[in-house]
Design a protein around this ligand. Structure first.
Ligand code: VGL
Ligand code: ZN
Length: 198
């Protein structure tokens, strides 16, 4: 079994003080740094949106952050502007050790399409290429940590399980947005998909 660690979206905008702050998002940084030392293969993901991205409420007149809208690919939650390419908010948390990462997988760059998962954009069909990257290295088992448990971590875990990877989510090294019970829904979905919640 060849195992990789995927660190999801440990960026300033998802940490306290950021545009889409997740409570306690920064608290998990030391634990993630320590866990990275136990893995030979570490991948970081980085939410990386162009200005005016369609997932931003500001791109939809009359809409406020955390409302939803119908996109061609389904219902999309609208977020505050966050993780704009090249901005301070899009940078990794300054305490995160990025040197151990072999790959930084950026996502959410298509202006018309959001991308929570590290594997597919939110249309559930446009691949990021990460699956091939992992498989060509013989990796069949993944541990996921990072932000946010109920969005980018959960969508990545569900896609990975569907693709046939063994998946463990270290809940102690994740934090959730928890919008209208989204954390409980995500945990139920992950359990049903065979993801180990550790
Ligand atoms: C995320 C909302 C919007 C995440 C990214 O990393 O969970 N959530 N973009
Ligand atoms: Zn985003």
């Amino acid at each position: 079994m060849t195992h990789a660690l995927i660190v999801i979206d440990m960026q300033n905008d998802f940490c306290p003080g950021g545009a889409l702050a997740v409570a306690g998002g920064d608290v998990i940084v030391p634990g993630i740094n320590a866990l990275m030392r136990e893995f030979d293969i570490v991948v970081l993901t980085q939410d990386w949106h162009p200005l005016g991205h369609s997932s931003f409420a500001s791109s939809h007149p009359g809409k406020a952050p955390f409302e939803t809208t119908d996109m061609p690919y389904g219902t999309q939650v609208l977020w505050p502007d966050h993780c704009v390419q090249g901005s301070h908010g899009a940078a990794f948390h300054p305490g995160l050790e990025t040197d151990p990462a072999m790959l930084i997988q950026r996502k959410g760059m298509n202006p018309d399409l959001d991308s929570y998962s590290a594997f597919f954009e939110n249309d559930q069909s446009t691949p990021t290429g990460l699956e091939g990257w992992l498989r060509t290295r013989g990796i069949d088992s993944l541990t996921l940590v990072g932000l946010a448990t109920d969005f980018c971590v959960a969508w990545s875990a569900l896609d990975a399980a569907r693709l046939g990877f063994g998946v463990t989510v270290r809940r102690d090294l994740c934090r959730a947005i928890d919008l209208d019970g989204s954390l409980a829904v995500a945990e139920t979905q992950m359990t049903h998909a065979g993801v180990t919640l550790a």
